[in-house]
Design a binder for this molecule. Structure first.
Ligand code: SF4
Length: 261
């Protein structure tokens, strides 16, 4: 596991960063974070969900054979990208041997390959691949984040874990609210979490939010526009449920909404 304050590229924490050990701590530490950097630092050392902390650290200690020579990050994954982004992409949770290994969101796994390739085709990422926190990748006018920050077993966080983690996303979106024009939400889990987060930021969320759908678009009065997209998981990309063209359409739509086209 990479300790806080080691100089790792995505690490904003230090040994003095306060650590959340319970859901109530997350509420307090997220709510009192003054900057996006505070949210990133505090969430990256969070230990509020015992099952997820045990899992992320066990995976980091045992490692997959192909990555046996790499030190795994083994901590929560934070949002990453442009801090004044007009487009925010919301996923679900990090992959055990992807983000949990590389320390950067959607980095080092097949889902990330899909997402970053599409962002690059749209001019929103400087490189077509995202392999390591040291690869020089940079997002343009875009940030990627997620509602659950620790890798869950079988990619399935519990309801309690989802709710415990929610304040980090709420605060992140609240701090980014002056900038964000378009939210691209990958999958139904992120869709539900995003609406809860937008409500928490005081956005004018409709009383009845439409069900998740690929390409579904909802304009929140006063912004942002929320666009649904099938998740870039292999389950969707291998089966053709989500094609490159479908993903490109959604991202290009977000660019137009955000006046980045
Ligand atoms: S899932 Fe979220 S709340 Fe739970 S330990 Fe990880 S960062 Fe903390």
């Amino acid at each position: 596991m990479i300790p806080p304050g080691s100089g790792f590229p995505t690490d904003h924490a230090t040994s003095a960063t306060p650590v959340a050990r319970h859901a109530a701590d997350v509420q307090h530490l997220a709510g009192s974070a003054d900057t996006l950097q505070d949210v990133d630092a505090r969430s990256s050392v969070c230990r509020a969900c015992p099952r997820l902390v045990a899992w992320r650290e066990e995976v980091a200690a045992t490692r997959r054979a192909a990555f046996a020579d790499q030190e795994y990050w083994g901590r929560p994954i934070t949002g990453w990208g442009d801090s004044t982004a007009r487009i925010v992409v919301v996923g679900l949770a990090p992959a055990a041997h992807g983000g949990n290994r590389t320390g950067r969101i959607f980095t080092g796994d097949r889902s990330g390959d899909w997402l970053f390739a599409a962002l690059h085709r749209a001019g929103l990422a400087t490189q077509p691949t995202s392999t390591s926190a040291y690869d020089g990748q940079r997002l343009v006018g875009t940030r990627i984040t997620l509602p659950v920050r620790c890798a869950p077993p079988a990619n399935r966080p519990t309801t309690q874990e989802r709710d415990a983690c929610a304040p980090w996303l709420h605060r992140e979106l609240a701090l980014m609210r002056p900038y964000v024009r378009a939210l691209v939400v990958l999958g139904g889990f992120g869709w539900a979490s995003t609406w809860t987060a937008l409500r928490a930021t005081g956005a004018a969320v409709p009383r009845r939010v439409p069900a998740f759908g690929h390409g579904r678009e909802v304009n929140v009065e006063g912004g942002p526009t929320v666009i649904g997209c099938y998740h870039v998981s292999q389950q969707n990309t291998f089966t053709g449920r989500l094609t490159e063209a479908m993903l490109d359409d959604v991202i290009n739509r977000a660019k137009r909404v955000a006046a980045l086209a």
